[in-house]
Design a protein around this ligand. Structure first.
Ligand code: SF4
Length: 389
C-alpha cells in the first residue's frame, strides 16, 4: 500500500488514464446521449449490422439514448447474434467468496463502511479452505472471485498471496476484487495463481466520487482510476471493470466506462476485459441511489455494450432477479455468478447479518445451470486451466 508520505505518491497517482479522463467533459458526455436522434440510431445500427465491427464510444452513446428505446428488439437480436458468433451458446459460471468485511474506507452507500457498527471478520486460511470445500460441494465451480473490503494491513498482498495458495488446489481460475494495488503487487499475486482482477471505478464523475468516498485510500479518484493501468502493466490476464449504477447519471458513467475500456484495450492489448453493471441495492447504510436504472434500461445498456464491443465479457451477478437473468442470458451476457453468499464465511456458516448486499437470485448453482441448459445454452464451469499459468 502506498503511504501518504511516499515521495513517489504524486508520480504514482499521476500515471495512466487519470491524465486523460479530464479531456472528456461530463456535461458534454450527457449532451452526446441526449441529443441523439432516431436517424442517428438507425445509422449506427445499420453500420453495426453491415460492417460487423465494434463501435466507437460516441456511437455507443447513441445506442443507450432514449431515442434508441424504440429499437430494443432490433438491438436485442443483433446483440444475441454477435454474442453467439463470438462466444458460442455458453454462459460461464463463477462464484464469489467474501474473505473479509473489514474496511478502512467510508463509502457512504456500503454496509461495510468503516463507521458502520457491524461485526468485522477476516477469514483465516483454515476458514478459507472450509469455504473452498463448501463451494465445491455446491457445484463443479472452477471460476472463483475472492472479495474483500479494503483493509491493507489485514487483507493486503501477503494475506492475499496466502489465500490464493490455499484456494489454488480447488479452483483453476482465480480473480480478486479487493483494494487497488501497486503493479509489483499484482505481478507477485499472478505468481500465486491470480488470473484476473475486478475493480469498479464506482463513478467517473470526479466531484460526485469525492462526495461518495469521503475518507480512506478510496477517496483518491486518480489512484483508483490508474489502478487499471497498473493491472495492465503487471500483465493481469483479465481485467474487470464497471460503474455502480445509481451513484450518478448512469448514461454518463457507462459512456465514460466505454472510453476507459477502449484506452485500456489499445494500451494493454494482451489482457482480456470484462464489464459488470451493478445496480444499487439495499445495504446496511440505508443509502438511496441518485438515479434508478430500470430493467428495460439495463437490457438496453447490455445490448448496446455488446454491439459496441464484441469481445468483452459481460457479467451479471445475483444482485439481479432470477427472471431478469434468465431472460437476458441469451441476449449478450456471457458470465453469471450463482449460489452467491455475500458475507465472509457464508458458505460454511451462513449469517445474513454480515451481507454486503442483498442477493436477489437465491437459486442454487445447479438450478441456475439447469435454467441455462433449458434455454439451449451450455453452462461452463471452467474456462481457464491452471496449465496456462
Ligand atoms: S464499497 Fe468496498 S471500499 Fe467501500 S466501504 Fe464497502 S467494502 Fe469498503
Amino acid at each position: 500500500m502506498i503511504k501518504y508520505s511516499d515521495p513517489d505518491r504524486d508520480h504514482i497517482f499521476g500515471r495512466g488514464y487519470a491524465d486523460i479522463i479530464d479531456q472528456y467533459s461530463w456535461d458534454d458526455t450527457i449532451d452526446l446521449v441526449e441529443r441523439a436522434t432516431s436517424s442517428d440510431v438507425r445509422r449506427v445500427l445499420n453500420k453495426a449490422r453491415a460492417d460487423r465491427v465494434s463501435l466507437s464510444p460516441e456511437e455507443f452513446a447513441v445506442l443507450i439514448s432514449e431515442a434508441a428505446a424504440p429499437y430494443m428488439e432490433e438491438m436485442a437480436q443483433l446483440s444475441r447474434d454477435i454474442t453467439a458468433e463470438r462466444f458460442g451458446k455458453t454462459i460461464s459460471l463463477y462464484v464469489p467468496m467474501y474473505v473479509g468485511n473489514a474496511c478502512t474506507n467510508k463509502c457512504v452507500y456500503c454496509g461495510f463502511n468503516h463507521d458502520n457498527q457491524i461485526e468485522r471478520v477476516v477469514l483465516t486460511p483454515e476458514q478459507v479452505e472450509n469455504e473452498c470445500k463448501a463451494i465445491r460441494a455446491l457445484g463443479p465451480f472452477e471460476n472463483l472471485l475472492i472479495v474483500a473490503g479494503e483493509y491493507p494491513s489485514l487483507c493486503g498482498v501477503n494475506y492475499l498471496e496466502n489465500i490464493l495458495k490455499v484456494c489454488r488446489p480447488y479452483f483453476h481460475n482465480m480473480t480478486i476484487e479487493v483494494q487497488p494495488m501497486r503493479s509489483a503487487d499484482y505481478e507477485r499475486l499472478t505468481h500465486a495463481g491470480l488470473n484476473g482482477v475486478v475493480c469498479f471505478q464506482e463513478t467517473y464523475h470526479r466531484e460526485s466520487y469525492r462526495k461518495y468516498h469521503p475518507k480512506g485510500m478510496k477517496s483518491h479518484f486518480d489512484w483508483r482510476l490508474n489502478g487499471f493501468d497498473r493491472m495492465g502493466e503487471a500483465g493481469v490476464h483479465k481485467i474487470g471493470m464497471g460503474a455502480l449504477l445509481g451513484l450518478e447519471d448512469w448514461r454518463g458513467d457507462v459512456v465514460m466506462l466505454a472510453r476507459h475500456l477502449r484506452y485500456l484495450q489499445k494500451k494493454y492489448w494482451r489482457s482480456r476485459y470484462s464489464v459488470n453493471f451493478p445496480r444499487m441495492r439495499p445495504s446496511e447504510s440505508g443509502f438511496k441511489p441518485k438515479s434508478v436504472i430500470s430493467d428495460r434500461e439495463l437490457a438496453q445498456l447490455t445490448f448496446a455494450f455488446r454491439i459496441f464491443d464484441h469481445d468483452v465479457d459481460i457479467s451479471y451477478s445475483t444482485r439481479e432477479s432470477r427472471k431478469f437473468r434468465d431472460n437476458m442470458l441469451s441476449l449478450g451476457v456471457t458470465s453469471m455468478s450463482a449460489g452467491s453468499r455475500t458475507e465472509p464465511g457464508g458458505y460454511s456458516h451462513p449469517s445474513e447479518e454480515l451481507e454486503q448486499f442483498e442477493v436477489c437470485d437465491n437459486r442454487s448453482p445447479r438450478e441456475v445451470a439447469d435454467a441455462i441448459a433449458q434455454r439451449g445454452y451450455q453452462p461452463v464451469w471452467k474456462d481457464w486451466d491452471a496449465i496456462f499459468d
